[in-house]
Design a binder for this molecule. Sequence first.
Ligand code: FES
Length: 171
Amino acid sequence: MAEIKPTIPPNDPLAIPENKKVIDEIINKNKHLNGATMVVLNELQGKIGFISRPMQAYVAQQLGVPVSQVHGVVSFYSFFTTSPRGKHTVKFCLGTACYVGGIPQIIEKAKQVLGVEPGQTTEDGEITLEVCRCVGACSQAPVVVVDEDLHGRVRPNKFPQLIKNIHPVQE
Ligand code: FES
């Protein structure tokens, strides 16, 4: 029976020989460990910078675990990203105070303004959206962190202003 291979885009790390070599080294060195999935994904995130869908499928195949398990781990932990990080990062605090304080509405606004959701990077490679846990500024909820700068009591309609230095407001 013919093997069905997922299509790998030419810019995927799996299609780039030097990246593929690193990926294979990481998998081979760790595949016999208990909890190999987490160890391998951690190293891939650190060395490649992100874990694409084809990479997730490849890791699952090489470790002999279901793709859904690998995908589940990547989606659960916010430090994993599925595409290269942009030059700038915008993080939304998903701690309880910020959640109750309205961060979901700000994330919605960000999606409208930038056309991407948390875990993704804008098409121009400029901005990556991420979610994070409590950053310790609950009294200022809801909190958005733009690169290193923390912004509190953010309102959805103020989001474009907040990122004006990294994404000029469209007139
Ligand atoms: S919950 Fe967001 S800063 Fe604490």
